[in-house]
Design a protein around this ligand. Structure first.
Ligand SMILES: O=C([O-])CC(=O)C(=O)O
Ligand SMILES: [Mg+2]
Length: 619
């Protein structure tokens, strides 16, 4: 029995109580144990691969529930373990939809979906894909924020790896405990800046799980190659340290050299375990580490920071699409940021790149971009100066903390909220934007919903319905002057799944900023005129899977252009190449080789169909 199935079979409390020594011991005895007790040819096959029929029900990657046909049930030796009825996947989806409709709140819906993922992976992704606008907010922003805050209740079984600062020196060994050796994509957090909710420590695990489930739901990246990781270096949130349900280290965060050495070891261990071009997505690190670690690793690893580059990609896509409405160039706007953290500076940098494409020099581009942080305008004259990650945006202007007055004095045409201060775009600020230009662009990007700088309704109400508005979390349709408007969700989920798909498919070994600009341009190009007519700068969420494929093609083009691709020769038809690569949610794609089962040398891993056939042949 593997450690995974052992944990699976224990109830939640025992699983958490499973101590480190026991884990190590079990890991040792989970080395190949060849069971060969059955005689029937198909059963013999199962045992030689150490997969028992029951495993087809137990493992979400293999389970089809009542959709196993009678012949399959016989071949797998699971007849009688399921009710006699045989269901189609479509019928199962109906049952899921009905079950979800019975819950009264979204956290319970999130928990239901999380259990579905633990039970039947293909059904989960099929359901998500059947109505993305409906299900995305349940597995992702905003509900995932709540799930993180309650992660002590949500945690049931391993969906990713926790690596604690005390594991320093043996990170590689811990990675080996993950049962799938084919990992190609990792999403990692240290839980310090979870959405706009702050330091949630080990509770942050909900984020890499959610982000990677979007790799599959929105870009059909095979889930077996994805690994969520939380680096537990403690938490500085006192309420968590005192929370009896808290699942992480009850210690203050480790900082300085010890932290840096830990992250260095982590990066090396990932490469040693999974190859040098394993993709590592950084997510929800605090500002002090996000930009610094990106700069440190971006040229030596296959890595990106979603909050810096993914968010920048989606905002720049919105701005380029916004220019299709205003008939202006990107460089003809004046940009003002509320928030100068990792997201703000990442967006500002990519705006400069977009202006460079229009032939604007970097200095002139910077002149059109202003940032505020908690201490006011990034002014070179302010006490304490401009933070090091943002020095190039420091202005030789008098310091000010009055954001509203500044909106007026510089005649901003686009304001971008990445401040995590809910309601910071006051009615006065919005009204001023409406005076500054005909179609002011308002981005209220902080997540989850309560952290948005203004709601969609407020933006329309205070700009006479003339604004181009986008938010990070979804808002219901807005009513203005008797008309209904559907506003866009400027969330990095439009960008990172497609970029990841492209990087993974062509085995790129770096993820340069230009890939995000290529993704942003592709996204902006694909906004339909009818969306623009409504003032919406993003396509419908329903379109994301198609868009991700298109973005992936652009990313692959960029990878070959920059000689970063690891796969030669370059495929002739990139779209076909992508279509062959991606994960399919139909049950006919269930394969028994999803995990690291010890296989006898030369043993062919048969598909379920082959097993059914061999059973028929042996009759
Ligand atoms: O997760 C999201 O919805 C967007 C994001 O990266 C963040 O807010 O940190
Ligand atoms: Mg994030």
């Amino acid at each position: 029995m593997s450690v995974e199935s052992l944990l699976y079979n224990l109830n939640c409390t025992k699983a958490i109580a499973f101590n480190h020594v026991a884990k190590t011991v079990f890991n040792r005895i989970s080395e190949p144990i060849v069971i060969n007790i059955r005689k029937h040819s198909s059963e013999e096959f199962v045992s030689r691969n150490l997969l028992r029929g029951m495993d087809y029900l137990r493992y979400p990657q293999l389970n089809k529930g009542l959709a196993f046909t009678m012949a399959e049930r016989q071949a797998l030796g699971i007849q009688g373990l399921l009710a006699s009825g045989v269901q189609t996947q479509e019928q199962q989806l109906e049952i899921c939809r009905y079950s979800l409709s019975r819950f009264k709140n979204n956290l319970n819906r999130h928990l239901y979906l999380s259990e579905l993922l633990d039970t039947n992976e293909r059904l989960f992704y099929k359901l998500l894909g059947s109505d993305i606008p409906k299900y995305l907010p349940l597995v992702y922003t905003p509900t995932v924020g709540l799930a993180c805050q309650r992660f002590g209740l949500v945690y049931k079984r391993p969906k990713g790896i926790f690596i604690s600062i005390h594991d320093k020196g043996r990170i590689y060994q811990i990675l080996q405990n993950w049962p799938c050796p084919t990992v190609r994509a990792i999403c990692v957090t240290d839980g310090e800046r979870i959405l706009g909710l702050g330091d949630l420590g080990a509770y942050g695990m909900g984020i890499p799980i959610g982000k990677l489930s979007l790799y599959t739901a929105l870009a059909a990246v095979p889930p077996s190659i994805c690994l969520p990781i939380t680096l537990d270096v403690g938490t500085n949130t006192q309420s968590l340290l005192e929370d009896p349900l808290y699942i992480g280290l009850r210690e203050k965060r480790v900082r300085g050299q010890a932290y840096d050495d830990f992250i260095d070891e982590f990066m090396e261990a990932c490469c040693k375990r999974y190859s040098r071009n394993v993709l590592i997505q950084f997510e929800d690190f605090a500002l002090m580490n996000a930009v610094r670690l990106l700069d440190k690793y971006k040229n030596s690893y296959c890595t990106f920071n979603d909050d810096v580059q993914g968010t920048a990609g989606v905002v720049v896509a919105g701005l380029i699409a916004g220019c299709r409405i205003t008939k202006k160039k990107v460089s003809e706007n004046i940009y003002l940021f509320l928030g100068a953290g990792s997201a703000g500076v990442g967006i500002a940098n990519l705006i400069c790149d977009a202006m460079a494409e229009e032939g604007v020099k970097e200095k002139d581009a910077i002149d059109k971009i202003y940032l505020f942080d908690v201490d006011g305008l990034l002014s070179n004259k302010r006490q304490g100066g401009v933070p090091s990650h943002a020095t190039k945006y420091g202005k030789d202007m008098e310091p000010t903390k009055d954001f509203g007055a500044f909106v007026k004095s510089i005649k901003a045409t686009a304001i971008i909220g990445v401040s995590t201060v809910g309601g910071a775009f006051t009615p006065e600020i919005l009204k001023q934007m409406a005076q500054n230009c005909e179609r002011p662009q308002i981005y209220a990007l902080s997540n989850p919903t309560i952290k948005a700088e203004c709601t969609a309704q407020q933006a329309y109400d205070h700009t006479e319905g003339r604004c181009i508005y986008a938010s990070g979390s979804p808002f219901p349709p807005v009513k203005y002057n008797g008309k209904e408007y559907h506003t866009g969700q400027g969330n990095n989920s439009y960008i990172f799944p497609g970029v990841a798909l492209g990087v993974l498919a062509c085995q790129a070994h770096h993820v340069p900023d230009t890939m995000f600009l290529a993704a942003a341009t592709c996204l902006a190009k694909n906004v339909k005129q009818e969306d623009l007519d409504m003032g919406r700068v993003y396509p419908s969420l329903t379109d994301i899977p198609d868009l991700s494929n298109k973005i992936a093609v652009e990313v692959i083009e960029e990878a070959y252009k920059l000689k970063l691709a690891g796969m030669y020769p370059k495929p002739k038809d990139l779209m076909k190449f992508i279509m062959d690569y991606i994960y399919k949610t139909g049950y006919d794609n269930v394969k028994p080789d999803f995990y690291d089962y010890p296989k006898a040398e030369g043993v062919h891993v048969k598909s379920i169909e082959e097993m059914v056939k061999s059973m028929k042949g042996s009759k």
